[in-house]
Design a binder for this molecule. Structure first.
Ligand code: DGI
Ligand code: FE
Ligand code: FE
Length: 194
């Protein structure tokens, strides 16, 4: 599919906020790719498609994963929202015609992350959190600035804040999120005194 066609289809598949978020992630991922000397088109395409399965009904997300023999964990059954990442990887390939394995992988891991992510994975993980439409997370200004200076530290801080946020809520924490934090914790920077 041509990029224009993908954009048109996503506009139909996603609700308005999600569509705008998607464009925000696309441009933010493109900017991060510029900052870190990565392939900008690849980053923008991954950003554009990262949430392509977000607005599917829960049963559809489960069905798409089961059809592709993707194992659904207990935590994912309890929190089926998590499945939009894995289902998104499938749709990106099957419906949107993406064959680049790096793009598909970045979509797959964009919600929980995974230990020792590659550059594109980290760009999408961070862009998803800092894109201009986001406003709810704490420390956004600080984390946005860090994104363009030290990507590993930025991933570490996002994971830290995400785990903190999840600990105060009902849903259980996915082992992948935990393992990812355990890996990136080493990149946390000591708090500044002021
Ligand atoms: O799809 P988006 O909203 O753009 O962003 P996302 O794919 O990063 O999903 C964010 C949500 O996922 C956010 O509310 C936190 C949640 N999340 C991340 N890790 C976990 C998690 N939810 C649960 N239950 N467990 C996790 O480990
Ligand atoms: Fe997402
Ligand atoms: Fe997103």
């Amino acid at each position: 599919m041509e990029k224009e066609e993908i954009v048109k289809k996503l506009k139909k598949e996603l609700d308005k906020n999600r569509y705008e978020h998607t464009l925000g992630v696309m441009y933010t991922a493109g900017s991060l790719a510029m900052a870190y000397g990565c392939d900008m088109e690849q980053a923008m395409l991954a950003g554009l498609l990262h949430d392509c399965a977000k607005c599917l009904p829960t049963e559809q997300k489960i069905k798409v994963c089961e059809k592709h023999d993707i194992l659904i964990s207990g935590v994912e059954r309890e929190n089926p929202g998590l499945l939009h990442a894995k289902a998104g990887m499938v749709l990106a390939e099957e419906v949107y015609g993406i064959s680049d394995p790096l793009i598909l992988h970045a979509i797959k891991v964009h919600t929980t992350g995974e230990p020792d992510m590659n550059m594109l994975d980290k760009i999408i993980y961070v862009a998803d959190y800092i894109e201009p439409m986001r406003s709810e997370a704490p420390r956004l200004a600080e984390i946005r600035q860090m994104a363009f200076k030290d990507l590993n530290s930025c991933v570490a801080e996002i994971l830290h804040d995400t785990l903190h946020y999840l600990s105060g809520r009902k849903g259980s924490i996915d082992p992948s999120t935990q393992l990812t934090y355990r890996f990136y914790e080493q990149y946390r920077q000591p708090e500044k005194e002021n």
